[in-house]
Ligand binder design. Structure first.
Ligand SMILES: [Zn+2]
Ligand SMILES: [Zn+2]
Length: 141
């Protein structure tokens, strides 16, 4: 089932984004949770809605939205490009080493494990990114 969001989840009280950035935000948001779009895919979608928009505008917009915490940027080992997804609940990722498909996995390292690691090594942990690798259901069969 494909879920389409028609309403932006942004708080209307937040300062307005430049038009092009708002478009990029909407594209990532409307892709829905569980989709991971590359800058090239976002650019293709943006072009359909705003002919003439430049790839560098899309690229800069993604960086800016990431810095503002409005989209999540994901670097999965083995993937050619960073991908972008809506900001949502914490989750891990699975990447199929055969077809490259990236899936969300509802998993987070237990906080007591993080605390124990931090204590043992004397560092602090701000964030963790977990990526599993293997073969997706389609490729495994
Ligand atoms: Zn696969
Ligand atoms: Zn994800």
């Amino acid at each position: 089932m494909k879920v389409t969001f028609t309403l932006s989840r942004r708080n209307p009280a937040e300062p307005k984004l430049p038009k092009n950035y708002q478009l990029i935000y909407d594209i990532v948001e409307q892709s829905g949770l569980g989709r991971h779009l590359t800058p090239a895919e976002i650019y293709t979608k943006a072009l359909k809605r705003r002919p003439g928009i430049g790839f560098s505008t899309v690229y800069r917009g993604l960086e800016r939205l990431r810095d503002l915490g409005l989209v999540s940027e994901l670097h999965v080992p083995g993937a050619e490009a960073a991908t972008y997804e809506p900001v949502g609940p914490k989750h891990a990722h699975f990447r199929c080493s055969e077809c490259g498909e990236i899936e969300d996995v509802p998993y987070a390292v237990p906080s007591r494990t993080l605390k124990a690691l931090a204590l043992e090594h004397g560092f602090t942990i701000d964030t963790e990114r977990v990526t599993f690798e293997g073969h997706c259901a389609d490729c495994a069969s």
